[in-house]
Design a protein around this ligand. Sequence first.
Ligand SMILES: CC(C)(COP(=O)(O)OP(=O)(O)OC[C@H]1O[C@@H](n2cnc3c(N)ncnc32)[C@H](O)[C@@H]1OP(=O)(O)O)[C@@H](O)C(=O)NCCC(=O)NCCS
Length: 137
Amino acid sequence: MGVIVKEIKAADTWDLRHRVMWPEKSIDYVKLEEDKNGLHFGLFKDELLVSVVSLFITGNEAQFRKFATDTKVQGNGYGTKLLQHLFLVAKQNKVETIWCNARVDKASFYKKSGMVETEQKFSKGGIDYVTMQKILN
Ligand SMILES: CC(C)(COP(=O)(O)OP(=O)(O)OC[C@H]1O[C@@H](n2cnc3c(N)ncnc32)[C@H](O)[C@@H]1OP(=O)(O)O)[C@@H](O)C(=O)NCCC(=O)NCCS
């Protein structure tokens, strides 16, 4: 019982990604070619997978993508807990800068965990994004 975070397979992220982020698209839309090069993490609440995120490490930088908490349980701190886990794993892998392309309406969520907005902004598929980063030490 309780809440645990563990590494999962890429394929185990696809259902939550699809349901939470892009329900109107096909399941194939949420599968990334890069998935095979990533580390994937899931947060389980009472053995049920409720939040997923994927981390892509390139040298001393890491990007995380496709962060999704089941809509039914958003706002309970699960995303924050998973994000803290990513920072830890990144540090263990000697990553200095962790970053993401955040949906602009989610920027405040990342700020609470110490991420800062960069100058880089763009739009894709009708959604506005801002690149955010955190220097790990
Ligand atoms: C972004 C996302 C992954 C966050 O996951 P989450 O599990 O809801 O995250 P948390 O519960 O830790 O934080 C969500 C909010 O609840 C608040 N919160 C955290 N713990 C809380 C608690 N114990 N009690 C009440 N509120 C709490 C946080 O302050 C945060 O507020 P904010 O959004 O105003 O910053 C989730 O909203 C999501 O999947 N969104 C849809 C997909 C998406 O946009 N993905 C990210 C693209 S950048």
